[in-house]
Design a binder for this molecule. Structure first.
Ligand code: ZN
Length: 130
């Protein structure tokens, strides 16, 4: 199963991982046929979504996630002080599925696969299953 690591550089960031997912799919499922690619992040404080990778929008996503889950005192903070990151990840999910046709992702013109870091900076593992 292909996997790769993403090094995030701030507490709350959005990284476009589309090219790395595409490379992983190409490694295991090149050529003709229809398949489904699952992109899975094995973390509880980072998520993965499909959306537009326009730089101002990515900043808006970071601002929106900060607004919907304010960084206040939560019960889980007594453990490792990152409850806000867990709660933000609830809205994102840990996986997305993208159809693969002819060895390539069938993303729309404005769609990208985005890793959303909610408790960085960290190293994140992304698994790709086709
Ligand atoms: Zn925690």
């Amino acid at each position: 199963m292909p996997q790769f690591t993403v090094s995030t550089d701030a507490r709350l960031t959005v990284d476009d991982i589309t090219d790395r997912v595409r490379d992983a799919v190409d490694d295991v499922a090149p050529g003709p046929g229809e398949r489904v690619c699952t992109v899975f992040v094995e973390h509880t404080t980072a998520g993965v979504v499909v959306n537009e990778a326009e730089s101002r929008l990515l900043g808006d996503v970071e601002a929106y996630l900060s607004q919907i889950v304010p960084n206040e005192r939560w019960d889980h903070d007594a453990i490792d002080d990152n409850a806000d990151a867990h709660l933000r990840t609830l809205f994102l999910g840990n996986s997305v599925q993208v159809p693969v046709v002819g060895g390539d992702l069938t993303l729309g013109s404005w769609q990208s696969v985005l890793l959303v870091e909610c408790d960085g900076p960290r190293q994140r593992t992304v698994r790709v299953v086709v």
